[in-house]
Design a binder for this molecule. Sequence first.
Ligand SMILES: *Cc1c(COP(=O)(O)O)cnc(C)c1O
Length: 427
Amino acid sequence: MAVLNNITPQEAINLEDKYGAHNYHPLPVVLSKGEGVFVWDVDGNRYYDFLSAYSSVNQGHCHPSIVNAMIQQAQTLTLTSRAFHNDQLGPYEEFVTRYFGFDKVLPMNTGAEAVETALKISRKWAYEVKGIPENEAQIVVCENNFHGRTTTIISFSNDPVARDNFGPFTEGFIKIPYDNADALEATLKNNPNIAGFLVEPIQGEAGVYVPSEGYLAKAKALCEAHNVLFIADEVQTGIARTGRLLATCGNCSCENKDCSGTPEVKPDILILGKALSGGVYPVSAVLANDAIMKVITPGSHGSTFGGNPIGAAVAMAALKVINNEELTENAYQLGNLFRTRLNAYIETSTIVISVRGKGLLNAIIINDHEESDTAWNICLKLRDNGLLAKPTHGNIIRFAPPLVMTETQLLECVDIITKTLKAFEKS
Ligand SMILES: *Cc1c(COP(=O)(O)O)cnc(C)c1O
């Protein structure tokens, strides 16, 4: 029976089924409240959130300082469009560029829009700075990538479900294997018309594929050698998720003391979204230095809501939470603990093959074929035991809780997860 709301779970699900397009396949649970690492369903049952809206809610659900920033700004000024200036955008742009160590930012709303923006900047840079002949620019992408859902972005996806019957597709992309610097080198050597290399530092949607040590640095060096822009899509991996401020973090000149982990590379173009707002509002951003961002001129690109005062105020508050609560360090420590504990369990497990990830972006691989529904059934059981997670691809389950988790909570979650998995062990 509904106690927190006047709708039953089945009624809510039926309404979505009848009136909403069926573009998702949600786990059957109807949520009505969130706080920190927890969400509650309409019956008042509490769950640990181990998806965090695909790593958007890094700062925890309904973080008071982010929500307050939104309320205050919503009561003051919500939208001006970029036809006029607003008093939040400039301070936010100064803050976010210093935070990540870039000259300039181009503010957008969703992750896919930010990826589109980065692609457009790269092409324009290729023609106006690098000198590639008109309409010849190519962008190198990786197999099994996920960069969003627009027509251009799905043009270089190799997920049949994301592509089927959405053609004709946008040209100008070359797909190479992920985590393969030799393939990148061969492609860059053989083609003078490459504008950029678009890459996820860890492939999240594909199933939390962590590339081998040194891959990103090698790829960046190859890009530099061939005058090709290294474009990092950190929409999912960014903002402390992987135990570093950015998964590519390293030699950047950012003023972020909270930045921990092994230095790797500084991208030429950095794409952020999701946790940039702590999950309270769609805010995305593309960061680059002047030599690249200068190709953007009035009228050449934009968005009515991009850079709006609420988004600016919310993003600033969300980034401050990352530092104030040392969430990068927490993600690093808890991530190590999580994988250590799961690995100890996996040693004797017949149902889990392995755990992989960085910081608090992890996944377990279920010992069953890709089309089996075992991972889905495990997620249903996890739900019954008070923890929400979702399979990514077939037999892979992603675990990405909010980064505000405590060690005690994490250990309780490890207990829930291992107890649930044990019920699926093959005898
Ligand atoms: C989620 C995601 C996107 C798309 O973001 P939307 O806000 O859903 O458009 C792009 N790139 C990566 C790596 C993502 O995880």
